[in-house]
Write a protein that binds this ligand. Structure first.
Ligand code: OSB
Ligand code: MG
Length: 374
């Protein structure tokens, strides 16, 4: 039985090495919400709530998540015990609408606790089988064509297995063309628009088809499926959905409507590991490949993503770059490393998430904390 007695929330500020720009905004100093759950035996589990500072990608923010955990999610969790962490998400879903990132922060920490207690790695506890996972890089919108070409060139020579280029109207067709002309047709590239287009822009999106992209991620509205289905029926390039897939029901709708051919699973966006596994399994049954997205996580959230991406149907490289791509110094030891083949080793032989927290550094970065009790 899992009986959570206490939840510790902690906000740290971790500056990115360079600003990360998407079509709807930019982030430089990452405000990160770390979650620690402690059970009746004093065992602990760690997780990260991936909500951003500003609601430009997703409606939740670090501040709404803090409030949601304190006011509704923690009290709901404290109401009962759980036989397995898989029972938590349905319980939280029953009477609390939305707030997936806040729910996931708590749910994933409890999976981590349960894995540690079982002596298994989080990867194997979740049902993961891979020893290594393939890594892609997500490259923010760059100030010039030259800057983008340079970034993609560096990524390819570092071994990354996929380069995802953020686009928006005005920084799209010419940018991708410049990369193809400089680096050739063989480099695995894709684009992510974060909702910057509408169906009225179809000719512009069609103009991307000649570049042999692996996929085009979430070109249309963040909560849309129907318009994406119309778009996919007009495009050869696979549409990959990110924002629109908030849970297994939306994944099923995507498949039924033909709104996309690939899903980017971010465990935070869908409410945690149980929901991620449901989407993973549904997609496996339907021949839809999935990959693990990223939210500029610290080493803690990254550990959870690595574990998730070790499941069988994560067949495409994830946005799970090594620590040094984001941070001067990460908050875990060892830091996440990528080999020159573009792979990250899954710490499958270590209990729980497989990395140690650098508590002195975390204390140093902490700007607020709060403990919630039963
Ligand atoms: O759309 O995938 C996205 C970061 C913040 C918000 C949205 C997205 C992203 C990324 C980052 O692409 C990927 C990473 O963590 O490396
Ligand atoms: Mg995306």
């Amino acid at each position: 039985m899992i009986r959570i007695e206490r939840i510790r929330l902690r906000e740290i500020h971790l500056p990115l090495k360079e600003p990360f720009q998407i079509s709807s905004g930019v982030v430089q100093n990452r405000r990160i919400l770390l979650v620690q759950v402690i059970d009746a035996d004093g065992a602990e589990g760690w997780g990260e709530c991936v909500a951003g500072e500003y609601p430009n990608y997703h409606p939740e923010t670090i501040d709404t998540a803090w409030l949601a955990i304190r006011e509704w999610i923690a009290p709901k969790l404290f109401e009962r015990e759980f036989e397995h962490p898989a029972d938590i998400f349905p319980w939280l879903q029953r009477d609390i609408r939305g707030h997936h990132m806040a729910k996931a922060g708590v749910e994933m920490s409890t999976w981590e606790l349960a894995a540690r207690k079982s002596g298994q790695s989080l990867s194997r506890f979740l049902g993961g089988t891979r020893e290594k996972i393939a890594v892609g890089i997500s490259i923010g919108i760059q100030p010039s064509l030259e800057a983008l070409v340079q970034k993609v060139r560096e990524a390819v020579s570092a071994g990354y297995r996929k380069a995802k280029i953020k686009i928006k109207p005005g920084a799209d067709v010419e940018y991708v063309r410049a990369v193809r002309e400089a680096l050739g047709n063989g480099v695995p590239i894709m684009v992510d628009a974060n909702n910057a287009y509408t169906l009225a822009d179809i000719e512009r999106l069609r103009a991307l088809e000649e570049f042999n992209l692996m996929m085009i991620e979430q070109p249309l509205a963040w909560d849309d499926l129907l318009q994406h289905a119309r778009l996919q029926s007009e495009l050869r390039t696979p549409v990959c959905l990110d924002e629109s897939i908030t849970g297994v029901d939306r994944a099923r709708d995507m498949i039924e409507l033909g709104a996309g051919k690939i899903i980017n699973i971010k465990p935070g966006r869908v409410g945690g590991f149980t929901s991620s596994k449901q989407i993973h399994d549904l997609c496996a049954e339907n021949g839809i490949p999935v990959w693990c997205g990223g939210m500029l996580e610290s080493g803690v959230g990254r550990a959870h993503n690595v574990a998730l991406a070790s499941l069988g149907n994560f067949t495409l490289p994830g946005d799970i770059s090594p620590s040094s791509r984001y941070w001067q110094r990460d908050i875990v030891q060892p830091e996440w490393q990528m080999d020159d083949q573009g792979m990250i080793a899954v710490p499958a032989g270590r209990p729980g998430m497989g990395v140690e927290l650098d508590m002195d550094y975390i204390e140093h970065l902490t700007v607020r904390q709060q403990e919630l009790t039963r």
